[in-house]
Design a protein. Structure first.
Length: 457
């Protein structure tokens, strides 16, 4: 009897780093069951789209993509299995099968780890269509596998680790509590074991991921010497041998305690970068968003962080055109941006989301106004970012060399401790090293180091 050839799978990911991490864990689980990973859609027996629901545009993109794939496979490769995973799969469920009859699998955010099992059932002919968007106890600890080094083009020196799932904040604009469920945290020993394995396999930098990491373990792990569960986790990860750098995303200003600020002073591996979503500079809008902090509270956190680490790189998320946002509210966001001098910011035009309170609030802002505010804010952020990057020219910075630059693979790229990308001309032997580089030039949100003054000591 011949050996059955296992199907190959291609996963395309939309959205945030958590989605990237979920996709990698699913790929690793599939590989462990014998599935192969296809290098492209065209070569795959299974095509899975891991989706994002945060804005309507992200949903439309994934649906449009699946429509194109479905049209192609219907004509030329009808045996290909198509599936949706993740946030949009969770929020739309069965509706996706009704809309796209070529799709056979819909896997929600608490069921990623069941993907391999469901594909087996489809290939064995046990079931034709599967939709699973239920809740599952313990699913927060099911995203821990990483692809083996043999499946990677180069050994990764950075890694993401999901420490929790869900969000209980219920910001009025946000669909995440509905797509990701209630906050559920993994245990510290479980997370440590994953980080230890990664460090043993060569990871030097780990980014701890959660929708709201400042809420990590709040209900299960008591304060210790006034330190929150999240700070206790940082301390534990900090002890791991071989690990050089720790980052995390995203914290929430509401839960950003002094113990976390202090951690930046005490823990040398904690990189001097903070991504702290502000959303708006107007107290009126922050209240309507149900963010749970004021402009002043946000500014105080940034001040304390910069006192703890003067070189701190600070980035944020901002929404423009939230319902009821007036020109004056928007000007307060502009003034906050000038005051904080963010290194960079992700700007989002408010997108009404199904079943969220803001979607039905009075004062929805017309699209052209959102576009105009988006453009003005972008100009401001770019100018501030430009000045920050220019200031780095002539300075020596430490980078962790991650691999070839995406734009020009003959060059290498890495990031500074405050999370700025640096491109330089090096060689394979620099991969995975912590290097001190002198910055010679600043581009748009990129720094360049000169190989002639590489410190190779
Ligand atoms: N949990 C983090 C927080 O709220 O601080 C961020 C997670 S969210 C997936 C990433 C960003 O998307 C948010 O910070 C917000 O700026 C943006 N976002 C969320 N819902 C949005 C909506 N309905 N319209 C536009 N942008 C939105």
């Amino acid at each position: 009897m011949g050996v059955a050839i296992m199907p190959s799978v291609y996963i395309k990911t939309y959205g945030c780093q958590m989605n990237e991490r979920d996709s990698e864990a699913v790929a690793a689980q599939l590989a462990a069951k014998g599935y192969t990973l296809a290098p492209s859609e065209a070569a795959a027996d299974v095509i899975l789209l891991n989706t994002c629901s945060v804005r309507d545009m992200a949903e439309q993109k994934a649906i449009g993509k699946m429509q194109n794939i479905a049209a192609e496979v219907r004509k030329h490769r009808p045996s290909v299995v198509l599936g949706f995973m993740g946030c949009m799969a969770q929020s739309r469920g069965q509706q996706l099968l009704d809309q796209l009859p070529e799709v056979s699998l819909v896997v929600g955010t608490q069921k990623f780890h069941r993907t391999a099992e469901y594909l087996d059932e489809i290939f064995q002919g046990k079931r034709k269509k599967i939709v699973d968007v239920g809740t599952e106890a313990g699913s927060e600890a099911a995203i821990k596998e990483h692809l083996p080094l043999s499946q990677k083009p180069i050994a990764p020196v950075t890694a993401f680790v999901s420490i929790m799932q869900g969000c209980n904040q219920y910001c009025t604009f946000c669909i995440v509590p509905f797509t990701r469920g209630e906050e559920r945290s993994r245990t510290i020993p479980d997370i440590l074991e994953e980080c230890r394995q990664l460090a043993q396999n060569g990871a030097k930098e780990i980014t701890l991921l959660g929708q709201i990491v400042t809420s990590y373990g709040k209900r299960d792990i008591p304060l210790r010497e006034g330190r929150s569960a999240f700070v206790q986790l940082l301390e534990a990860v900090h002890e791991l041998e071989g690990l050089e750098r720790i980052r995390f995303t995203s914290p929430h200003p509401k839960g950003y305690g002094d113990d976390l600020v202090e951690a930046y002073r005490r823990l040398p591996k904690l990189c001097q970068s903070a991504h702290l979503p502000v959303q708006s500079g107007s107290d009126r809008i922050l209240k309507a968003m149900h963010r749970g902090y004021t402009r002043q509270r946000y500014l105080d956190i940034i001040k304390k962080l910069r006192q703890a680490q003067p070189g701190m790189g600070v980035t944020t998320d901002i929404i423009v055109g939230f319902p009821g946002e007036t020109e004056e509210d928007f000007c307060q966001t502009l003034s906050l941006v000038r005051e904080v001098e963010f290194d960079n910011a992700y700007i989002f035009k408010y997108s009404p989301r199904h079943d969220t309170p803001a979607a039905v609030m009075a004062g929805q802002v017309p699209q052209p106004v959102k576009e105009e505010r988006n453009a003005r804010l972008l100009t401001e952020i770019n100018a501030i970012g430009r000045a920050h990057y220019d200031q780095r020219v002539g300075q020596t910075v430490q980078i962790l060399v991650e691999g070839p630059s995406k734009k020009n693979p003959s060059r290498l790229t890495g990031r500074t401790r405050c999370n700025k990308i640096v491109v330089f001309e090096g060689s394979d032997r620099h991969h995975g090293q912590l290097l001190d580089l002198k910055i010679t030039r600043a581009g748009s949100f990129t720094l360049y180091g000169d190989p002639a003054i590489l410190n190779l000591a």
